[in-house]
Design a protein around this ligand. Structure first.
Ligand code: FES
Ligand code: FES
Length: 206
């Protein structure tokens, strides 16, 4: 049986920390690999310099291609919100901590504030705006309403997107797995219990 102390070890904040540690480790590994290749005398092609002015960028969002002119420093989150009027993904921490900006990239949830728009060109994205079919709510959206899984609602789009991506990979999750699987999203209003119930209900209908 799960104890309170064991739950605290798997709190959302700790889970998010684990993801960040992984990303830090991955970047160190990539840098190390490049240095090793240079030390071995491997020929490295000259890097193409883009910017600092706007450059043409094409983003594939919710099944449609969008051509934009953006500076290379612009994040996917800012491109969505400021250039495409897709404001469902929220900017809260803007540093890969809270999950309010979560979108699905090639089937995996990512923080849109952590992805540069120029890098996003190689991928396909689904945002909260792409989950409903017209006026018909997605199973996760409907389950969030049924279980009152939001209060102020600011974190809710990110949670709905993260829950959708989670259920696409885990069709029959156990309650404790849901808690762990959504560790990358934080809710200041503390709606976690309702969110977990919503995921378990949506799992039955997806
Ligand atoms: S706004 Fe992107 S993770 Fe918080
Ligand atoms: S519902 Fe308010 S931050 Fe989550």
């Amino acid at each position: 049986m799960k104890t309170k102390s064991s739950r605290s070890k798997k709190s959302p904040a700790n889970e998010a920390l684990t993801r960040r540690d992984f990303l830090k480790g991955a970047s160190v590994a990539v840098s190390g690999g490049l240095l090793a290749a240079q030390a071995a005398g491997a020929a490295t092609p000259p890097a193409e310099v883009l910017g600092p002015g706007a450059v043409p960028i094409t983003l594939r969002i919710n099944g449609k291609s969008h051509k934009l002119d953006l500076e290379p420093r612009v994040t996917l989150l800012d491109a969505l919100r400021n250039n495409l009027d897709l404001t469902g993904a929220k900017r809260v921490c803007d540093r890969g901590v809270c999950g309010s900006c979560t979108v699905i990239m090639d089937g995996k949830p990512v923080y849109a504030c952590n992805v540069l728009a120029i890098e996003a060109q190689r991928h396909s994205f689904t945002t909260i705006e792409g989950l409903a079919e017209g006026d018909k709510l997605s199973p996760v959206m409907a389950a969030f309403i049924n279980h009152d899984a939001q209060q102020c609602g600011f974190c809710t789009p990110g949670f709905v997107v993260a829950c959708t991506a989670y259920l696409q990979k885990h069709r029959h999750p156990a309650r404790e797995d849901v808690e762990k699987g959504l560790g990358g999203n934080l809710c200041r209003c503390g709606t976690y219990a309702g969110v977990r119930e919503a995921v378990l209900e949506a799992a039955k209908t997806m």
